[in-house]
Unconditional design. Structure first.
Length: 604
């Protein structure tokens, strides 16, 4: 425990030391509240929380608060502080938050390192889906133009240049992306300001209700960026773009996408928020370079739902940032002990470990306590190598075909340059589904492996607009955030071709010697490029090469693993998963010896 604590504190001190070094190389903005001769002589601002009122306007907005004229006072003014380009001079200045800009510099939400690297690899412009640089390196190659057109709005470095709350179409904004909050009085003041003419706006700014900057990060702050790609912000609420039953949409987003009802995540139903699980050391990073999201988002289901006792710290063992947060959210009861995550020594501020090892989770927003059930015996036994979401995610969003083409005669919006540019990448998506994912394997940091859920990351045809095309069939690992208490059935893995990676369709078992052999009939037609069905990941009992997934540490099931899964599926044709014979097989970790009845059935 002491070693973990030292590692965490060491990371913090290194970051703080670098921050203070940078601060010492440039002037520090005024942090004292300006006198009536300064900003407050013209602007009577209300609404801002006490901590920011105390440091004064110039600490964030810079400018020259004690100048003799309005023009001089506004020289160097930062109208919307907190963007990545100025956060070191505003939010990160002086004694405010000096370490945070340095942590964000390697944050995957700032760099988009995973998105950039995978995109370039898919386009054939780099040899690996990892380690190709971030959004700052994006130039004007085919892959990079594709990123500029369709992708790079969703990173913290994108500039917020307009007043207003964070919403469904918000992108970027640095610190503001998470911490900006417009209570109703601030929204009303902004509406009045925007509706006024030039003279009226001056009057509105003389008495203005300022938005707030809060440590409380609501789910709406995550929605803008995380409602695309893996769509976890939609999934967790039980919203999907796939209309399986032909029903009416339950919501239409600002960008026109229609959403339909699906099972919601149990944590969302219980009132938990995104930041109940994903705390500050994950969201803002700890300064280490993250190549992909899983390098930074290290919390696991087993951090809360454990079979053994977690490592804990008391209040004094927390880092200073966590101490502030437990005080802010009322999670600092005397004698409280906090659980640490397994992969990194970050504290789970909501998880309290009490006498006798009893654990409870207290939401930082609702204050409600939730008991933390340990995993079921099947989870820690036969299925110990199966990741929790692979069984407990009810569904995952899946698109089983996409055609992306470049039209040199069209015009695109360049999200990096923030201007229109010639040529445009256009997407034509295929059918959408909300179904459990396929099973694949991840190699872990300790050298072990784990079965996880995967979805079609790209079953993609790229048309470069010059007559050249490129076809890629790639699946990507996903934690869909559609967790349910009930797990998927035995049949949904062992007798479902989709789970095996073969694609949608039907399996008919035929006897071959002394075993059952599956015959797979695909639902979708086979692609001419590789002979596999449109929605497949792998062929029946076939292997794939290195270019099968969007990670170097993941792969589809091997032919031997596929056979072992299917052998269980053959038994499930007659013996339900909850039958005595299959439960004994779970306990013994091997298939039962066929009985006389089984052998007789084979011979029919």
């Amino acid at each position: 425990m002491q070693q973990r604590r030292l590692v965490l504190l060491g990371s913090l001190f290194v970051a703080l030391g670098l921050a203070w070094w940078l601060v010492g190389r440039r002037p520090v903005p005024v942090l004292e509240k300006p006198s009536a001769r300064g900003c407050e002589g013209c602007h009577q601002v209300t609404g801002l929380e006490a901590s920011h009122v105390a440091i004064g306007c110039a600490a964030c907005h810079l400018g020259q608060p004690d100048a003799g004229s309005s023009r001089e006072a506004h020289a160097g003014l930062v109208r919307i502080p907190g963007n990545a380009a100025d956060m070191q001079q505003t939010c990160g200045a002086g004694t405010c938050h000096p370490a945070v800009p340095l942590r964000l510099a390697n944050n995957v939400m700032e760099t988009m390192a995973g998105v950039v690297s995978v995109d370039r690899w898919v386009f054939g412009e780099q040899p690996s889906p990892t380690g190709g640089g971030g959004v700052a390196t994006v130039g004007h190659s085919a892959a990079d133009t594709h990123l500029r057109n369709l992708c790079v709005s969703c990173h913290l470095g994108a500039v917020k240049d307009a007043y207003g709350p964070v919403g469904g179409r918000s992108r970027g904004g640095g610190c503001l992306a998470c911490h900006l909050k417009y209570p109703e009085p601030a929204r009303a003041a902004l509406t009045a300001y925007e509706a006024a003419d030039d003279a009226g706006r001056g009057a509105a700014l003389s008495r203005f209700v300022h938005p707030q900057l809060r440590a409380r990060v609501d789910d709406e702050h995550c929605f803008g960026c995380h409602s695309r790609s893996g769509r976890v912000a939609l999934n967790i609420q039980g919203l999907t773009e796939a209309n399986a039953d032909g029903g009416a949409p339950v919501r239409t987003l600002e960008d026109g996408r229609r959403l339909y009802a699906a099972p919601a995540d149990v944590h969302h139903e219980r009132g938990l928020s995104c930041t109940d699980c994903h705390g500050s050391w994950e969201v803002m990073g700890d300064g280490r370079l993250a190549n992909h999201r899983e390098d930074q988002a290290v919390v696991q289901c087993s951090d809360c739902h454990r079979a053994d006792a977690p490592v804990t710290v008391d209040y004094e063992g927390l880092d200073q940032e966590s101490k502030k947060l437990v005080g802010y959210f009322g999670l600092d009861a005397p004698g409280r002990r906090y659980a640490l995550m397994e992969r990194r020594p970050y504290p789970l501020l909501g998880v309290e470990v009490r006498d006798g090892g009893v654990r409870a989770f207290q939401s930082r927003f609702t204050g409600r306590e939730h008991p933390l059930a340990p995993p079921a015996p099947a989870c820690t036994g036969t299925h110990a190598r199966v990741g929790c979401p692979a069984c407990h995610d009810a569904w995952a969003p899946q698109c089983v075909g996409c055609h992306t083409r470049f039209d040199p005669a069209d015009v695109m919006f360049d999200w990096k340059a923030r201007a229109e540019a010639p040529g445009a990448w256009l997407e034509e998506p295929g059918p959408m589904f909300s179904e459990p994912g396929a099973l694949g394997v991840r190699t872990l940091e300790d050298g072990g492996s784990r079965f996880e859920a995967f979805i079609p990351g790209m079953v993609l045809t790229i048309d470069f607009g010059d007559g050249g095309t490129r076809f890629r069939r790639l699946y990507a690992p996903i934690a869909a955030h559609t967790v349910r208490r009930e797990a998927r059935s035995c049949e949904s893995c062992h007798a479902d071709p989709l789970a095996l990676g073969w694609g949608r369709g039907t399996i008919a078992f035929q006897r071959s010697g002394n075993r059952w052999t599956p015959r797979f009939t695909p639902r979708f037609p086979r692609r001419a490029e590789d002979g596999l069905p449109q929605d497949a990941w792998i062929g029946v009992f076939a292997a794939r090469g290195a270019k099968a997934t969007t990670r170097t540490t993941t792969r589809p099931l091997s032919p031997d693993e596929q056979r072992r899964v299917v052998d269980v599926g053959a038994c499930l044709r007659c013996h339900p998963g909850d039958s005595a014979v299959m439960q004994r097989a779970l306990a013994d970790r091997r298939l039962p010896t066929p009985s006389a009845g089984c052998r007789q059935a084979w011979n029919r």
